[in-house]
Write a protein that binds this ligand. Structure first.
Ligand code: PAF
Length: 284
């Protein structure tokens, strides 16, 4: 696996697979890789014959009081994992390479509206940071295909929208969430949980499943289903940020007639903010 820290080096290394007609599949990450990331690399391999990963903890997507400084950075383990997954090329730029003019002065990319709901409501500017860096990484790597996890459902939705709106020639592949045996979605932030919090954490997914079951039994979503699910999270020790049933197609609030739904939730356990989601498709 070739490891590049500079844009010049990345461009040099990408020239030969591109000229040789090899299809580049790209997986951007913030490192601290777990089984979920390994799955993304695996899927990337199915879609391309040159797998490119990036590791960059993007400061622009962290709020002033968020965990940028403490975000887990494990480059040695990450490099080993990517080698094991057969990744061809790893791009690990520093801030000066990604934001040469300084992050405040660089051109931004923002998807209006949807960036400000759900996670965007409690993390102002977060998604602008995500779409800005993903846009820049796409321009540097120029992949025909890029792979993202469905755990960050709203992020995946926004990236698809950005690609569509900007006419970018990149196919976006979404990959199902990888979970621990007890249902907890794998996330780098799970490492922040203490033992008691880790035991409570699977209740997030369990609550989403309970709500999904209720919707399926009723053959439709009723808005009054949501409050008891939020209360269930509180009882399990969470501080819910939001729990919302949305239309999978546009993330608008779901109504009783909608068939393709997604339940999205974010909730704090101590100092850790966990997110999860569950798609529910009702028969017509
Ligand atoms: O999902 C992530 O790890 C990040 O938000 C991403 C897409 C790599 C952008 O920094």
């Amino acid at each position: 696996m070739r490891i590049l820290e500079s844009i010049a080096g990345l461009r040099r290394e990408l020239a030969s697979p591109r000229d040789g007609g090899r299809r580049i599949a790209f997986v951007p990450t913030m490192g601290n890789l777990h089984e979920g990331h390994r799955r993304l690399m695996h899927v990337a391999r199915e879609h391309g014959d040159c797998v490119v990963a990036s590791i960059y903890v993007n400061p622009l997507q962290f709020g002033p009081n968020e965990d940028l400084a403490g975000y887990p950075r494990t480059p040695d383990e990450d490099i080993r994992a990517l080698q094991e997954e057969g990744v061809d090329l790893l791009f690990m730029p520093g801030d000066a390479e990604v934001y040469p003019r300084g992050q405040e002065a660089m051109t931004r990319v923002e998807v209006p509206g949807i960036s400000d709901i759900l996670c965007g409501a409690s993390r102002p500017g977060h998604f602008r940071g995500v779409t800005t860096v993903v846009n820049r990484l796409f321009n540097l790597v120029q992949p025909p295909v890029a792979v993202f996890g469905k755990k960050d459902y709203q992020q995946l939705f926004l990236i698809r929208r950005m690609v569509e709106d900007l006419g970018m020639p990149v196919a976006i592949v979404g990959v199902d969430t990888v979970r621990d045996d007890d249902g907890l979605a794998l996330s780098s932030r799970n490492g922040y949980l203490n033992q008691a919090e880790r035991s409570a954490a699977p209740q997030l997914y369990a609550t989403l499943n309970g709500l999904a079951e209720q919707i399926r039994r009723a053959h439709k979503f009723h808005p009054e289903f949501t409050a008891p699910a939020v209360e269930q999270l509180r009882q399990a020790g969470f501080r819910p940020d939001y729990l919302s049933v949305r239309r999978a197609g546009d993330l608008a609030e779901a109504g009783g007639a909608d068939r393709a739904l997604v339940i999205l939730a974010a909730a704090w356990l101590g100092r850790t903010r966990l997110i999860d989601n569950l798609e529910v498709t009702l028969p017509d």
